[in-house]
Design a protein around this ligand. Sequence first.
Ligand code: ZN
Ligand code: ZN
Length: 584
Amino acid sequence: MKKILAVAFCYAAFAACNNPANKNMGTQDTQFDGYKERFIESLWKLNPGWASSVGYHKYDSVLVVPDEANRSVELAFDKANLDSLKGFDINALSDNNKTDYKMIENQLRSSEWAINEEKAYEWNPASYNVAEGFANMLSNDYDSLDTRLHNFYLRMASVPAYYEAAKKNIKNPTTEHTQLAIDQNGGGTSVFEKDLQDALAKSHIDAKEKEAITARAKEAANAMKGYADWLKQLKNDNPRSFRLGKELYAKKFDFEIQSGYSAEQIFDKAVQHKKELHEKMFALTKQLWPKYCGNKAMPADTLVAIKQMIDTLSINHVQPDSFQAAIEKQIPELVAFIKAKNLIYLDPSKPLVVRKEPAYMAGVAGASINAPGPYDKNGNTYYNVGSLAGWPKEKAESYLREYNHYIMQILNIHEAIPGHYTQLIYSNQSPSIIKSILGNNAMIEGWAVYAERMMLESGYGGGNTGQAPPEMWLMYYKWNLRSTCNTILDYRVHVKNMSKEEAIHMLVNEAFQQQAEAEGKWKRVSLTQVQLCCYFTGYTEIYDLREELKKKLGDKFNLKQFHEKFLSYGSTPVKYIRELMEKE
Ligand code: ZN
Ligand code: ZN
């Protein structure tokens, strides 16, 4: 080990001495590291709520009042930092700093755009809600309860001013976001009325201070309710449409997804991909029909036939009481398969800790990765597996059909190995606080979605045949159809005016979703923008990059090396990883 390090150092020294352009490499990086520290410190000062949510609690006593003056402060911060960035020669920075540079720059530009052009603070009344921040101060025990309650008290002082500023900002809000804000703010006061009282009872705070806290909590709750009432009575003859429109959508897509493709290009690709998925699914349905349906006539409508085959296969699922055990059992199987096929190095010193989901997550079945935040270095990463104990029989049955024998394996690939969990371990090896804070969701989700396909292509689930079985592929395509249709839905709703009826029709008949899932998706697409595109976009970019490198390198292409190299850049937008990998 020592020897390898020594060789590496020699090489670095040699390169630096012989290349005059690289002479300042060390100093530029050192300076940039210093700059990043200052940037983050002032970012937290400006955004105490965000800071608190990632585990940085220095500014917990501050609630920012979202008024015009505050927006000016933010714009000044963006401008000053964009100027600071110009002082660095990006080419002289390490790969890690190069990508950090681009991600900071994107964050600053995105903030400017949100204030000057998107202006959600005018049309989205649901962007104002203090409940969650206060609730987290009570439920997360990062500090003594008395300290947290003291900060809670100080922070409450600004709640009335916060909602006054909100009322001043709002102009022609959308009906959908107005209703959401009424529901959330009207129903969110329990944090001041009940949760706070429970916490006070457990604390060591004296009676006099408790009284002061309770009095202030009353004012905070009144301000929140007052805001909901104000919205109910708001005269809004000309509500803005919740649809973002082509121009804003394209920009938002660029800032949030940070893709090498435009929103329109990704939409076109998704439409094409859906068509291909339907063709593949029909071919598999024809192949599987005799095995499962014998002589029964196949429906003439191809989509109806596919749906029947999916329903037939979905009956293959575990019993409710063995759901957790079945998920746990698969983890070592995935590890063994990856090793046997030489797909990616898995650090044996960091096995995945599978646990029953903690009580506060109870009721959410399925599985999810729980990673420690950037300021919680000693925290464990867990794979939370939900239990179906106590579920009504019908609900459990419907859930198990959805997460049937095949989909459950795909879920494990996505969430755990080699999906999110593996990606996380690699990203922790090139630590960057910028990437843990501004990490690119399209890359993170894209990797997990890519991993699903890659595992099936490598023959997962096929045992000695070396080929994933057709049942597995059909279910995988259904699963993949979900992220593909998320992208189509988002774009068509926000840019092409798709109606609710058309949307539900597409999700139920062309993506084979349940009515309830489709209704939930409609609600989500009417309240968010662009988010739904991250899965398909990241996946497409990674897959395209891999196929291009394969073509370019021919026999020299090595899948394991590609995966390890790709992940070594951390949670960076794929377009930047592409630049760096192409250069190599
Ligand atoms: Zn069943
Ligand atoms: Zn995911």
